[in-house]
Design a protein around this ligand. Structure first.
Ligand code: NAP
Length: 346
C-alpha cells in the first residue's frame, strides 16, 4: 500500500521522540514532516533535538528540517506532542485548515465534540467527530497517561460487575514531566507528593471515556474517583495502587478472568500497534514492576497484579502502564490506526 504521510508536532520533546521511534517502519504511516517551536524551526532535526532514546534517530528523520507549527504541512494526519501552553490554539488552527489532529495534550480533552479515546474502551466515541465544525478536519485526543492505564484496567470490571467508586494512588515516572523535567536534586532520594493538575484529570477523564454516546454528545458515567499522585525516581512507567467498589461483588477468580479475557476492537481489527492482550495479570506477589514490565507487548499492554480483598472497598490491586508509549505516542498512533481502519481519515 502507499503509506499515509504523517507529521509530528512537538517532535523534539519526550513524547515527540517516542512518536518518531514508533513511526519508524510503521506499516501504514510514513513520517513526512516534523514541527516544533521557533527555537527549533529551520534547523535539521538532529541539530534541534536533544535525543534521549536508546535507539538512534532514524536516518531519514535526522536530516529533515524542523518546521514551525502552522498549517501548510503536506501531511493530512498530524500527531501532536506539543506543550500544553500552545497545543490548544495550534491544534484548532490545523483542524480548521482540514487536518486530522491526534493530540496528547490536555487542551481539547474536555471539548464536548472531541473524543477522549482509548481504542479498546470507547471506539464508538469516534462518531463525535462528525459533529465537529472544523471544515473537514478533526481533533481526537488521547487521555492523560495515568488515566489510560487506569481505565484499561477498570473497563472489564465496569462491563462485567458495574463500578461505583475508585481510589487510586499513583507513583509516576520522570519521563511524564517532559524533558528536562524534575531537577535531579529534587527527585533523587525522594518522592514528590504533587503533580500539578494530575489528580483532577484522573478524577474526571474516566467519566467521559466510560460514558455513553447519545446522539452528538457523551453522557458521562458517574463513577466516584479519588486520586493522589506522586512523582518517583523511575524513568518510564506509571505504577498505580487501585481500590474499587463494584456494584456486584464477584469472587477473585472472576475478576482475574475478566481481565485476562479482555479483548476489544483493536485486537479484532488486528491494528498494527494493538497489544495481543491488552491486560496481563501476574499471580506473583512482587509484580508488576516498572523496570520489568513496562515494555510488555510493545509497551502497549497494562500489567496488573496483587488482587486482594479490601477492608474499605471490595478489592484492591496494582496496575502498571508505560506513560510515553501506551500513555502517549503509542496510544495516539493506535487511535489513528482505528480512524484509518474505520474510514475516518477520508
Ligand atoms: P516536552 O518534552 O516538554 O516537549 C514539548 C514539545 O513542544 C517540544 O517539541 C517543544 O519544541 C514544543 N514546543 C514548546 N513550545 C512551543 C511553541 N511555542 N510552539 C511550538 N512548539 C512548542 O513535553 P512532553 O513530555 O513531550 O509532553 C508533550 C505533551 O504531551 C504535553 O502536553 C504533555 O502534557 C503531554 N503528555 C505527556 C506525556 C509524558 O509521559 N511525557 C504523556 C501524555 C501526555 P522545542 O524543543 O522546539 O522547544
Amino acid at each position: 500500500m502507499n503509506k499515509i504521510k504523517v507529521a509530528v508536532l512537538g517532535a523534539t520533546g519526550s513524547v515527540g521522540q517516542k512518536f518518531i521511534q514508533m513511526l519508524e517502519n510503521h506499516p501504514w504511516f510514513e513520517l513526512h514532516e516534523v514541527g516544533a517551536s521557533d527555537r527549533s524551526a529551520g534547523k535539521k532535526y538532529r541539530d534541534a533535538v536533544n535525543w534521549i532514546l536508546p535507539t538512534p534517530i532514524p536516518a531519514t528523520v535526522a536530516e529533515k528540517t524542523v518546521k514551525s507549527c502552522e498549517p501548510g504541512f503536506e501531511s493530512r494526519l498530524i500527531f501532536s506532542g506539543l506543550d500544553s501552553s500552545v497545543a490548544g490554539e495550534v491544534e484548532s488552527a490545523f483542524a480548521s485548515a482540514g487536518y486530522f489532529v491526534v493530540s496528547n495534550s490536555k487542551n481539547h480533552r474536555t471539548d464536548p465534540d472531541v473524543p477522549l479515546l482509548i481504542p479498546e474502551v470507547n471506539p464508538d466515541h469516534l462518531e463525535l467527530i462528525k459533529a465537529q465544525k472544523y471544515n473537514g478536519g478533526a481533533i481526537v485526543t488521547n487521555p492523560n497517561c495515568s488515566t489510560i492505564g487506569l481505565v484499561l484496567g477498570l473497563k472489564p470490571l465496569f462491563d462485567n460487575f458495574g463500578l461505583e467508586a475508585v481510589n487510586v494512588v499513583t507513583m509516576q515516572a520522570l519521563s511524564g514531566a517532559g524533558y528536562p523535567g524534575v531537577a535531579s536534586l529534587d527527585i533523587l532520594d525522594n518522592v514528590i507528593p504533587f503533580i500539578g493538575g494530575e489528580e483532577d484529570k484522573l478524577e474526571n477523564e474516566p467519566g467521559k471515556i466510560l460514558g455513553e454516546l447519545t446522539g452528538d454528545h457523551i453522557r458521562f458515567s458517574n463513577i466516584k474517583i479519588s486520586a493522589s499522585t506522586n512523582r518517583v525516581a523511575v524513568l518510564d512507567g506509571h505504577l498505580e495502587s487501585v481500590q474499587v467498589k463494584l456494584k456486584s461483588k464477584p469472587d477473585m477468580e472472576a475478576v482475574i478472568n475478566a481481565w485476562k479475557s479482555f479483548s476489544a476492537v483493536p485486537q479484532q481489527l488486528n491494528l498494527p500497534s494493538a497489544p495481543l492482550n491488552p491486560i496481563h495479570y501476574f499471580y506473583e506477589d512482587k509484580y508488576p514492576q516498572p523496570r520489568l514490565h513496562r515494555n510488555l507487548d510493545k509497551g502497549m499492554a497494562v500489567s496488573i497484579g496483587r488482587l486482594r480483598e479490601c477492608n474499605l472497598f471490595d478489592y484492591k490491586f496494582t496496575l502498571l502502564s508505560h506513560n510515553t508509549v501506551r500513555g502517549a505516542a503509542g496510544g495516539a498512533i493506535l487511535c489513528a490506526e482505528l480512524m484509518y481502519k474505520q474510514g475516518y481519515l477520508g
